[in-house]
Design a protein around this ligand. Sequence first.
Ligand SMILES: NC(=O)c1ccc[n+]([C@@H]2O[C@H](COP(=O)([O-])OP(=O)(O)OC[C@H]3O[C@@H](n4cnc5c(N)ncnc54)[C@H](O)[C@@H]3O)[C@@H](O)[C@H]2O)c1
Length: 352
Amino acid sequence: MTVTIGINGFGRIGRSITRIVAASPDPGISIAAVNDVASTEKMAYGLRRDSIRGAFPGTAIARADHLVVNDHAIRAFHHERPERIPWADAGVDVVIEATGRFRAGTTARTHITHGGARKVVISASADEPDAFLVYGANHDTYDSDQHDVVSPGSCGVNALTVMAKVLLDRFGLRAVNSTVVLATQGWQKPQDSVVGTSRDDPRLGRATGDSIIPHNFVVGDLVRVALPEIGEMRYSYYVVPTPIGSLAELSGQTGRAVSVEEVNRAMAEAAAGPLRGVLAYDPDPTVSIDVKNNPASCLFDPSGTQTTADGGVKVRGWFDNEWGFSNRLLDIARLVGERSPVASRRVSWSIA
Ligand SMILES: NC(=O)c1ccc[n+]([C@@H]2O[C@H](COP(=O)([O-])OP(=O)(O)OC[C@H]3O[C@@H](n4cnc5c(N)ncnc54)[C@H](O)[C@@H]3O)[C@@H](O)[C@H]2O)c1
């Protein structure tokens, strides 16, 4: 089955999704429409030239009201307000809301109530979606009758949650404390822009390249929302001046004393088994840039594992904050699209 999606916001995440779909021989996803306040010419240019991913391995041009990617025509819209985007006219079933502007469940829902889409996936830790679904941890709780607007949390939440899932299932994890160190984000500014920032915390308006910037509110306790059995959760989040590649560390208390080897074996087995594709395992000494283009939510780093005699455990994973998360957005879009299929609507990824 092919799920037909539309993408609102053709920035880092929107373009990563498009690159992933274009590169896959059988993605199970068809991009029927994209919307951005930018022109179609800029959308095409942003695909062709990318400082992090390199040149687009194919063609991307603007033609009339379409973005044409490798001869596939994607309808391009340019609406600032989500309720104006006519998704249904383009045959879109699932909208990936990736502007960063419409993270509230109520606003994102206008893609359904006004635009005619059937489901929405918000590409961030949203405010009051119908469900938080972390792929590999709790995505099987998705209920198509109850959940129209879903959020997979953030890239950091996904990296932390898959490690927590393994520790919980194998050793009984609780009382989690986590740290995420995130690569530079597009909304940051190269010079201080404290007054101009839309973020509540003034530190998030400070110059990107100069500082390690605390960004505490982002993770929330979403790991606990996906895995309520872990009980209490504390977290720290920092944004650092690296272009791509981020770090997640998680510590907690297990039900018994465990060895480093036991923990690493559990992660390796999960990466080769039930969490294949979502959790990866690599014993080679890793730094953040090494994770670039890795599609997993988390590349587990066994050199980071520490344990204590009273059952304390600490683990480390890396993640490509754009690429891994965009792959999970597509997994969730497939999930919500396939569980609520539309028989009458045809896929409109047409040959230009
Ligand atoms: N980049 C990452 O590492 C990353 C990882 C996980 C989650 N996210 C989340 O995904 C979302 C998007 O992030 P991004 O990095 O792609 O941001 P970005 O700034 O690169 O892209 C946002 C895009 O939305 C467009 N836009 C802005 N306002 C709009 C509007 N009103 N209507 C239509 N288009 C509009 C912009 O022109 C831009 O192209 C954010 O919520 C972010 O927190 C980002």
